[in-house]
Design a protein around this ligand. Structure first.
Ligand SMILES: [Zn+2]
Length: 126
């Protein structure tokens, strides 16, 4: 689903009282990206996998009742935390297909990339 009304248009509060690992918003609230089940923290833009499934004995996907899972590599957490501490800026790092529908994500990724160029020591090895 695209977001034609801004990134807060479909914001929903975390039902389980989840605290964002980067900005510590608690409870975190979410805005969907284009990857099924993935949403971003509305405050800092960190992506999490909210909807997760496991096949049952009959091979049918069953939704798991589990907390949000960070959808970025763990070795990026220090850079995202420091970026948040320094800038308090939204990164918008969820998966998106049509950038024109997510101007906040495009601007957020651009700002984060500029910050990374100025802080190469924060970028984990590939
Ligand atoms: Zn956050």
């Amino acid at each position: 689903m695209t977001q034609k009304y801004g990134h807060l248009a479909n914001a929903v509060e975390s039902s389980g009282g989840f605290t964002c690992l980067i900005c510590e918003a608690s409870p975190a609230s979410w805005t969907w990206g284009d990857l099924h089940g993935e949403a971003m923290c509305t405050r800092c833009g960190t992506p999490y996998q909210l909807l997760r499934y496991e096949k049952d004995a009959a091979g049918v996907d069953q939704r798991l009742d589990v907390p949000p899972k960070l959808n970025i590599r763990e070795d990026w957490v220090p850079a995202l935390k420091r970026y948040w501490e320094e800038t308090r800026a939204f990164t918008g790092l969820a998966t998106i297909m049509l950038p024109r529908d997510y101007p906040e994500c495009v601007a957020g990724k651009r700002r984060f990339n500029q910050w990374l160029k100025a802080h190469p020591e924060m970028q984990p090895a590939e």
